[in-house]
Design a protein around this ligand. Sequence first.
Ligand SMILES: Cc1cc2nc3c(=O)[nH]c(=O)nc-3n(C[C@H](O)[C@H](O)[C@H](O)COP(=O)(O)O)c2cc1C
Length: 282
Amino acid sequence: MILAPLRGVTIRCFREVFAEQIRAAGFTEAITPFVPAMRGYDPLKDRELRDQGSGMRVTPQFIGKDPEALRDCLERVKAAGYDTADLNCGCPFPMVRRKGRGSGILRTPDVLRAMLEVGCETMGPGKFSMKTRLGVDRTDELLKLMPMINEFPLRFLTVHARTARQMYEGRCDWKAAEAIENSAKVPVVRNGDLACIGASGYRSIQPVMVGRSFIRELGTRGDARELLERYIAASQTELCGDAPVLGRMKELLSYWKDLPAWKRRWHLVKLCRSVAELRSVI
Ligand SMILES: Cc1cc2nc3c(=O)[nH]c(=O)nc-3n(C[C@H](O)[C@H](O)[C@H](O)COP(=O)(O)O)c2cc1C
């Protein structure tokens, strides 16, 4: 099971503080929230790629449409000790998509081909993966690209079984995802609304990627407040001032807001203006 990249949530600090819970849930790898693929990117200066002791494989994810910038980034992450990397071909936000990045890259097959070429060449066969959606507007767009995608020795292809248009809501289309699995030459990692193994008994020999259900489940733990307290403390050591720490905690707590233990607290959390206030309401 792979921990899904959630920008602002499954960040390095979170992966470190919750390392034990992440491992106990059955995750063996985390894909990082996306890093823009820009020339001159220095992974040694990016604290997001400095995981310490999480004991899991960490695969950096890049977003972009410039193959040479991607090559530059990949060469640098390789030199920094990472041997796998991922390409974000799924970000659904219109501002990103319309510029041909994220899910928008599905509409420019030549660019996608060039990015996959550079990715597989630089990281090596079986070391570069791609995370995407079923399509931008329709659920058969990725399927049409499969003959081209199949030309590349990808590590795996993660399919969030929605279109970009759906954003993060509405039903996943597992029939359409199955069609991808049937046509793919590389392993397909399913993603979208899947529960953790521990939570629902969901078991599969197929690799899966899980995000929000795991984050939500953390809030049901008896030690959730203690863990949150550790997350606050760890965040305070690396962020400057209360505002970014509060922002980070509110981002996590927004996943807990419908849980019985957090529903009432969430209303108070939203009003907090300082970390001291937050501590007093949690
Ligand atoms: C707040 C948020 C941030 C996300 N950030 C990323 C990201 O940086 N890269 C990426 O590939 N997907 C990103 N995703 C998508 C998730 O990785 C995942 O595909 C999606 O949430 C569906 O899986 P889930 O239902 O198990 O959470 C993000 C999703 C959310 C809700």
